[in-house]
Structures are given as C-alpha cells and as structure tokens.
Design a protein around this ligand. Structure first.
Ligand SMILES: [Zn+2]
Length: 281
C-alpha cells in the first residue's frame, strides 16, 4: 500500500490525535473484557476493516478495476507470550483510501482481554503504514524489522521518526539482517520483493500444521498458490518477488497454509471467536 495515502495513521498514533475514520456501516460493538486465559494458544487473524484497491497493484489476474481487500494482521498466543505480525493502523481516513468499518487494533484485542502492554513482540512484514501504523499503540513490544524498512518508516514523518528513534535507543528494535528463527519452528524469511526490506513468516505450529504469512508479496491466496506475484508497480524487486512466489507455490502444494494480509478469504479459514478475531488453528 502506498505510503502517502496512509501517512495520517502514523500522525495520529504518534501525535495522539483522535481522528474519526469514515465508517460506512456501524461496527459491531466491542465492549467489556474477558480474561486473557480464555484465549487459547494459537494463531489468530485480526480484521481491522475493508476497502477497495486497484487490481493492478495486487497479484490479481485483472489489470483493470478494483477489488475489495481486507486489512488484516495476525496474533500468535503462546501461553503468556503475545506476538503480533504487523499491527494494522491506528486510523485511516484520507482522500485516497478509507477503511470501511475500521476499529482500532488495540480495541479489537481488548475485547479478548489483551491489553496493549501484554504485546511483547511485533514482527513487521514491511514498513507501509497499513501494516506498521499501529506500533505506537503497544509500548512494551520489541519490534523485529529489517534496517531498510525501519529507515523507510522513520522517513515517513519527522515526529514519528523521533519516537521511533527513542524506541530504537531503548533496545526494543531487533534488526533482521538474514532469515531468523524467532523461536523453534518459527522463522522470519527475508523476501525483499514488495519493499527493500520486506519479510515473510513461516511457522510449523505442530506436526502437519504449517503456515506461511506472506506480507504483501502477494494478496490473493488462490493466485499466491499458483506462484502469481506482483506487477513491477507493486514491487521493489520483481525478481525477488517472483523467487518468493515460486517458493509459495511449492510449499502450498505440500500442505502449507498460505495467509496474506489483504485477502478476505483468509477469514473463512477460521472461526470468529471474538469480534474481528478469527482463530485459524
Ligand atoms: Zn498492505
């Protein structure tokens, strides 16, 4: 997703501005809270909202027109360890794009009893603000990110840059320079196709249950499985993107579940156990 269209989200996170997104339909009410112990260990997809996006910027087989996309991020819960893969964004409302039915990521997680301070780790698939705009909501989290995309994020605006620098100086940014095993059977893969420092996540959650979270290297799961990547307009490196998509098609044919950040079809793989929170395994 282009950076300029989402700049407002980081401004609101770091400036503490309470902006009111354009919500076309009333959102489901999120109220009260439950004990986090009610949330089982596992992988969850979180739905921030939906919008429309040009097909030519995705791995669609259509060049023209737009399709409805979801704005997703993922939560992994392992006992007391809460890991986010991307954060979603704290708000979106610009002339270029509006997330319909948007709810702030911290509020969605709150409905399952997860307070912002409980998020200990955030893995950023890339710096674009629909993926990284919510990091300021989670003050205790260590952030895994490539140095290239961290620098790109800092360039988004000066105020955010100072806050991000403070995060970096506090030792809460772990730079990813090569593929990295965060914990057993859970790996960050450098992909470097969509952006200069984009990454993907591969997790063997249990025997026979493997997930590949692609970031924005591809959008539509069915086309990802066929190895269909982005156009040059949607990539930093077309060849890196293609190389990764070849990998996606190979592992999907041997049973790995492919999960993207924008395909609403991901939600049909799971069950909505709290509003906007879908259990996937
Ligand atoms: Zn995106």
């Amino acid at each position: 997703m282009k950076i300029f269209i989402l700049l407002v989200s980081v401004l609101s996170v770091y400036c503490g501005i309470s902006s009111s997104p354009k919500i076309k339909n009333p959102s489901p009410q999120i109220s009260g809270s439950v004990s986090p112990t009610e949330l089982q260990n596992g992988l969850y997809a979180i739905l921030l909202g939906k919008s429309f996006y040009p097909n030519r910027l995705t791995n669609s087989d259509k060049e023209e027109g737009e399709s409805e996309i979801a704005f997703l991020f993922y939560l992994i819960k392992l006992e007391k360890r809460y890991i986010l893969i991307d954060t979603g964004t704290s708000s979106i409302s610009t002339p270029e794009i509006t997330v319909h039915n948007w709810i702030s990521p911290d509020k969605i997680l709150g409905s399952a009893g997860i307070k912002p301070g409980m998020i200990g780790e955030i893995i950023l698939t890339h710096f674009h603000l629909d993926h990284s705009g919510g990091i300021g909501l989670f003050p205790n989290a260590k952030i895994y990110v490539t140095p290239e995309d961290w620098n790109s994020l800092k360039k988004t605006n000066q105020y955010a840059s100072l806050r991000l620098l403070a995060k970096e100086r506090s030792g809460k940014v772990q730079f990813v320079n090569s593929s990295l095993e965060v914990f057993q059977n859970f790996r960050i893969l450098l992909t470097r196709g969509h952006t200069q420092g984009s990454i993907a996540i591969e997790w063997l959650a249990s025997p026979g249950k493997k997930f590949l979270i692609t970031g924005d290297e591809c959008y539509w799961v069915e086309f990802c499985k066929q190895g269909q990547g982005l156009s040059s307009e949607g990539t930093f490196s077309l060849s890196n993107n293609k190389e990764f998509l070849d990998y996606v098609s190979v592992v999907s044919s041997s049973g790995t579940k492919i999960l993207t950040m924008h395909d609403p079809a991901v939600l049909s793989l799971g069950e909505e156990i709290f509003p906007r929170i879908y259990k996937l395994d």
